[in-house]
Ligand binder design. Structure first.
Ligand code: GLN
Length: 188
């Protein structure tokens, strides 16, 4: 199995390192032809406005959307989750996005004092709490009826959700040593 990691901007090296550590072959995705033969895809964190623009420049937006809509498993972390969302709240008006998943993302939802923080969350499908890193993270809102909420903060804000073959997390599991969510993604 080859897992593609979108490598236009952001924390793609860290995802590749985690996948390599658990014995999975990876490929950096920059051009449409890089998608040939990949079975899964990770959209990393970074800056969603920049990644969206680069997707358009590199002619990746439509082929990526088509592959995901055709059922390729995809996992977006942070900016990646924003790019997957049906609607972006507090985005740039002209921000390009894939819009494949029936969730909304509120960008930079934690405000300036709590720009970045770490906490433990309980996530459905994991045997024990997961230590998470949030970096100028979005919150997932208004998940559609076919979405499953996988993790919430203690105040109820949603930070992980899944809709069939699509997984979205507000946080960055690739910046920890814990590979359980990467392993979970490989089972989808
Ligand atoms: N705030 C960033 C954005 O809107 C996301 C931050 C991240 O991916 N860590 O794209």
């Amino acid at each position: 199995m080859t897992v593609g990691v979108l490598a236009l901007q952001g924390a793609f090296i860290e995802h590749e390192a985690m996948l390599t550590r658990i014995g999975v072959e990876t490929r950096q995705i920059r051009l449409p032809r890089d998608l040939d033969g990949i079975e899964r895809l990770i959209l990393p964190g970074g800056e969603s406005t920049t990644i969206g623009k680069l997707m358009v420049m590199y002619d990746l937006l439509i082929p990526l959307r088509d592959r995901i809509n055709a059922g390729m498993p995809v996992w977006g972390t942070c900016a990646g989750a924003i790019l997957m969302s049906r609607r972006i709240v507090d985005g740039r008006p002209d921000q390009p996005a894939l819009q494949v998943m029936d969730i909304e993302s509120r960008r930079n939802a934690f405000g300036s004092q709590l720009d970045s923080f770490e906490t433990d969350i309980t996530m459905i499908g994991l045997d024990a709490p997961f230590h998470t890193v949030f970096i100028r993270a979005p919150i997932i809102e208004n998940p559609g009826p076919s979405c499953r909420i996988l993790a919430q903060l203690s105040d109820g804000r949603i930070v992980a959700a899944q809709q069939n073959h699509m997984l979205a997390t507000s946080f960055h599991p690739e910046l920890t040593e814990d590979d359980r969510i990467h392993r979970y993604f490989l089972t989808i």
